[in-house]
Design a protein around this ligand. Structure first.
Ligand SMILES: [Zn+2]
Length: 401
């Protein structure tokens, strides 16, 4: 993190995915927190946290969406971030399913696996428990003390940013989950990964990246935040990898259609044609064209939803103290209207959110002061949260964004 204010640079005028210049503005947020996964120690620290502008931009040539005002120098992933979702049963079940899928697709027994952006290492550990292999995870935010050891196989971590030169391993599979959306130079990193697997037809890559399709269709502004500078649909995702010399072999949406799942191999001559999950470019252009009006409508709806209940003296809790919550609150300019922010992740509890400066509490806090309304930041967790509330004898109005 650099402390000096950064002069607002001219917005980027070429597409980081295809280099094209046919760009269209989708959304301008003048000042959003530059990190939304960070944990802070006080209300004041939360409120004073650095902000920067977001210029969400659409490339009419390849369909890629990016923040043209992104400045990676503003984000420090080596600082205390808390992106792990591994405290949720729903997410853990999904991770287990993905491990099975990876083992069914790629022969990994006794072979080498590299995970770029491994976070706290939970997924790689899960994989190593399922198959004996040599695994290396790279992430600047890795915390060794948090990971239980794995018996058998070999699991190592490098606490740093990914650079091809730092990888001594010759991986048979490169895994990259929820990382590409944090990288500004998306074509650059795909170009950097190709040599790690090139020339070996049985080596390949597995990518999992959030899908921006729902954000466009539903005006889901809470899914837009500063760390996410790059936004994909299945089509723009596959086009990027194909252009860089990969053959995309499998592509679909999963996890309530929220994540793009892609398997690919280095292309050896002919490449597979577009896959069924790839939306036609004209459909994507139409969604992008309708987005500015849609997002304005959705922001008005939620601002009214919260302020009207607050006016009537109702207690509103937000369940989910992650990036979506930070974006939801700061994009709408909310703070005092929200009585509580709840998260099941013990590492988030009692810390403070950047922007609104609200303290994150454990679910039990709701039993002490019951809410009238609970806004759930991810519909995937509605059942899980409903059961937790019922377990505490609570039955508030529950709505998911
Ligand atoms: Zn482009």
């Amino acid at each position: 993190m650099i402390d000096a204010p950064i002069a607002t640079a001219k917005p980027r005028s070429d597409c980081p995915a295809c280099g094209g210049g046919a760009l269209k503005s989708l959304l301008h947020l003048p000042a959003i927190p530059v990190q939304s996964c960070i944990l802070l120690d006080s209300v004041e620290e939360g409120a004073a946290f650095p902000r920067h502008e977001m210029r969400l931009t659409f490339c009419e040539d390849c369909g890629f969406i990016f923040n043209a005002a992104f400045d990676e120098r503003l984000i420090d992933y080596a600082s205390t971030t808390e992106e792990s979702q591994h405290f949720s049963d729903t997410f853990n079940a999904f991770a287990k399913k993905l491990v099975e899928e990876i083992l069914a697709t790629w022969k990994l027994q006794g072979r080498k696996v590299l995970e770029i952006g491994c976070g706290k290492g939970d997924f790689l550990r899960e994989l190593c428990l399922a198959v004996p292999c040599e695994a290396l995870g790279i992430d600047p935010g890795f915390i060794e003390e948090r990971l239980k050891t794995v018996d058998g196989g070999s699991l190592r971590f490098q606490r740093e940013y990914f650079e091809t030169a730092m990888v001594e391993m010759c991986p048979d599979l490169v895994i990259c989950r929820h990382t590409l959306e944090h990288i500004g130079e998306v074509r650059g990193i795909v170009d950097d990964i190709l040599p790690l697997v090139a020339g070996r037809p049985d080596a390949g890559i597995f990518f999992e990246t959030p899908d921006v399709g729902r954000v466009l269709r539903e005006g889901a502004f809470w899914d837009i935040y500063f760390e996410h500078c790059s936004y994909f649909t299945p089509g723009s995702h596959a086009r990027l990898f194909r252009a860089a010399g990969f053959d995309v072999t499998a592509l679909r949406l999963d996890y309530g259609e929220q994540y793009i799942i892609q398997h690919a191999r280095p292309a050896n001559g002919a490449q597979t044609a577009a896959l069924p999950a790839e939306e036609p470019m004209h459909e994507l252009s139409a969604l992008a064209a309708a987005f500015p009006a849609k997002v304005a409508e959705v922001m008005t709806y939620w601002r009214e939803f919260v302020t009207s209940r607050h006016r009537d003296g109702k207690r509103i809790a937000v369940w989910g103290g992650g990036s979506k919550c930070v974006s939801f609150l700061t994009s709408l300019g909310l703070g005092p209207e929200i009585a509580q922010v709840i998260d099941i992740n013990p590492f988030k509890q009692n810390r403070f959110l950047p922007g609104a400066g609200i303290q994150v509490r454990a679910p039990e806090a709701l039993a002490e002061s019951p809410p009238d309304t609970v806004i759930v930041m991810n519909p995937v967790y509605l059942d899980e949260i409903g059961r937790s509330l019922a377990g505490m004898g609570l039955s508030p109005e529950m709505v998911a964004v």
